[in-house]
Ligand binder design. Structure first.
Ligand SMILES: NS(O)(O)c1ccc(OCc2cn(-c3ccccc3)nn2)cc1
Ligand SMILES: [Zn+2]
Length: 260
């Protein structure tokens, strides 16, 4: 009996197998811009994705994930709230069904159509992603909102590959993709201490959520809904949609921001 996003195995049930779901630094959260504090010690973030090291694209039964070679510091995020460079490990998306809001973080109670997560780990302090994923400063996830509008000029490189990973457990080569093309023009951000938004829900994430969304078309986002939660052999088909966790209590946390 694995976790999912359905009625029985969805976010409201995760606490039974993962009690940290009711912890003090859970993600996502509702971001209230007026309550975000400016902090002079917070500088800009720097993304070094140049010599990019993408390896493959896969369907893990929860989302579509593009994985990277993380054997060195070729692709890293640094600066901002981070004390050292964090290595890019993978990126993936969260979305809803047609016409609904599928982002995980919300802004003043309003969701976006989808949310992209670029997952990085603190290789300066920890030996592996798995070790970092259980440490309070182990991971840094860059969250980017997707809003609906015109076609995104580069997203087709991902949507064109989705047919190869329709079913859970499928993966395919995906070399030479540079996620720099998915960034908005402005890197102003909110930051707070949180968690993985899926089981095991470890409270190991320094969240950096960009204020400026990127724009994708309904047609492009609709391609993600061709994916299945289920495997090729599974009797019943389960369209991959609504794979987002709702906002969790902020509790005693401080939300900070860099620039207006
Ligand atoms: N949605 S999100 O960007 O917050 C996000 C980012 C990364 C995630 O990793 C899942 C994971 C962690 N581990 C793990 C395995 C062994 C030891 C420790 C952790 N396995 N799968 C989940 C959610
Ligand atoms: Zn995510």
């Amino acid at each position: 009996h694995h976790w999912g996003y359905g009625k029985e195995d969805g976010p409201s049930a995760w606490h039974t197998e993962y009690p940290v779901a009711k912890g003090n630094r859970q993600s996502p959260i509702d971001i209230i811009p007026d309550e975000a504090r400016r902090d002079s010690s917070l500088g800009p973030i720097f993304l070094k994705y140049d010599r990019c090291t993408s390896l493959n694209i896969a369907n893990n039964g929860h989302s579509v994930v593009v994985e990277f070679n993380d054997s060195d510091d070729r692709s890293v995020i640094q600066g901002g709230p981070l004390d050292n460079p964090y290595r890019l490990k993978q990126f993936h998306f969260h979305w809803a069904e047609k016409g609904c809001e599928g982002s995980e973080h919300t802004v003043a109670g309003v969701g976006y159509a989808s949310e992209l997560h670029l997952v990085h780990w603190n290789a300066a302090k920890y030996k592996t992603f798995e070790e970092a994923a259980t440490a309070p400063d182990g991971l840094a996830v860059l969250g980017i909102f997707l809003e609906l509008g015109d076609d995104h000029r580069w997203l087709h490189m991902i949507t064109d590959a989705l047919y190869m990973v329709k079913f859970k457990g499928s993966s395919s080569d995906f070399k030479g993709f540079n996620p720099k093309c998915l960034l908005p023009s402005n890197l102003h951000y909110w930051t707070y201490l949180g968690s993985l938004t899926t089981p095991p829900l470890h409270e190991s994430v320094i969240w950096i959520v960009l204020k400026e969304p990127i724009v994708v078309s309904e047609k492009q986002l609709g391609m993600f809904r061709l994916l299945q939660f289920s495997g090729e052999e599974d009797s019943q088909r389960m369209r991959m949609e609504n794979n987002f966790r709702p906002p969790q209590p902020l509790k005693e946390r401080l939300l900070r921001q860099f620039k207006q």
